[in-house]
Design a protein around this ligand. Structure first.
Ligand SMILES: Cc1cc2nc3c(=O)[nH]c(=O)nc-3n(C[C@H](O)[C@H](O)[C@H](O)COP(=O)(O)OP(=O)(O)OC[C@H]3O[C@@H](n4cnc5c(N)ncnc54)[C@H](O)[C@@H]3O)c2cc1C
Length: 287
């Protein structure tokens, strides 16, 4: 690994000023489970590494039934996986967290690091997009809000600029009519990146879907919404014929590549299978 200067700012203002000054030469480190591997394997270079773990307030976690879930940049994947509040209200996110790497990795890895790495196969991004998550970003003296949906510009690329620190994430509260699911498909059951990941978050009553968001992972340069499929399902009674149509539509919306994990054709096929299955799970039964 090439040597780098290590910084441990004590406040957001200090960290942001440092990151703005150092520009592209600096990287934030949180859990380091992506960054350190990339630096070690020289897939990425950084002359400066800025640890945000000494900054107070970034480990906050709060839920209330009106405003939903909010948590900070230092909340780990394991905390999300094991939180009774998340398991009850956001089972798709809890499931995604439980499937990320190993317990050791999940104890260090942050959800924000998983998001900011901007991998198309990141496990937590599809359920968070399906759940309409938004980020709070600090830069200099101010904060701005970014819909998670609008963060990514390509594999490993985001709209974030030097000096930006993502400080927190917010998800709206689910309703009694909400249903959620995340299905990860890989070659192994554990320690495996997603070949395809499908997250669904919907509202339903008496078999009719009034609202739905579908996020597809690992089948395009970024995690994507299957917007045409969502439109097809909105306001309709879910039955096997409509599910078959939705599966076909989601396949058309995906743009997978082939690589060592799977061919493009296989990935596209699995988008159909998993979309149908995830909608069935979110509706409350296997369809
Ligand atoms: C063995 C192993 C298995 C893995 N398996 C999986 C898997 O199954 N699924 C999966 O999705 N991932 C997997 N990962 C990837 C990794 O664990 C996750 O992406 C992790 O959540 C990253 O979080 P971190 O805190 O370690 O991020 P770091 O490595 O500290 O940072 C990752 C990136 O995000 C940036 N960053 C971090 N925090 C912020 C912030 N607050 N604001 C702005 N930028 C920030 C960093 O600069 C860096 O670019 C695996 C990794 C390993 C080593």
């Amino acid at each position: 690994m090439k040597s780098f200067d290590y910084h441990e700012p004590a406040s957001l203002a200090e960290a942001s000023a440092l990151l703005a000054e150092l520009g592209k030469d600096a990287s934030i480190i949180a859990g380091g489970t992506d960054l350190l591997v990339e630096l070690k394997e020289e897939l990425r270079s950084a002359l400066h590494v800025v640890n945000i773990k000494k900054i107070p307030g970034l480990g906050d976690f709060a839920y209330d039934p009106e405003n939903g879930l909010r948590f900070g940049a230092l909340v780990t994947v394991r905390e999300i996986e094991t939180s009774p509040v998340v398991i009850r209200n956001y089972p798709n996110l809890a499931k995604a967290a439980s499937l990320l790497g190993s317990v050791q990795v999940r104890n260090r890895a942050t959800v924000m690091g998983n998001i900011c790495r901007a991998s198309p196969s990141a496990d937590t991004i599809p359920p968070l997009i399906a759940d309409c998550a938004s980020l709070t970003v600090f830069n200099g003296g101010g904060e701005r809000r970014i819909l998670l949906d609008e963060l990514f510009t390509g594999p490993g690329r985001t709209v974030l600029v030097p000096g930006d620190i993502v400080t927190g994430i917010a998800l709206p509260a689910p309703r009694a009519t909400s249903g959620k699911a995340y299905i990860k498909h890989g070659r192994r059951k554990a320690m495996e990146l997603a070949t395809v990941g499908v997250a669904v978050s919907l509202e339903h009553e008496a078999g009719t879907c009034s609202e739905i968001r579908i996020a597809l992972g690992a089948v395009a340069p970024t995690v994507i919404r299957a917007r045409r499929t969502e439109a097809l399902l909105r306001g309709r009674r879910i039955d096997p014929a409509l599910l078959a149509e939705a599966a076909e539509s989601a396949m058309q919306e995906s743009a997978p590549i082939g690589n060592v994990r799977a061919s493009a054709a296989y990935r596209r096929e699995m988008v159909g299978v998993l979309t149908r299955r995830a909608i069935g799970h979110a509706m409350g039964g296997a369809q």
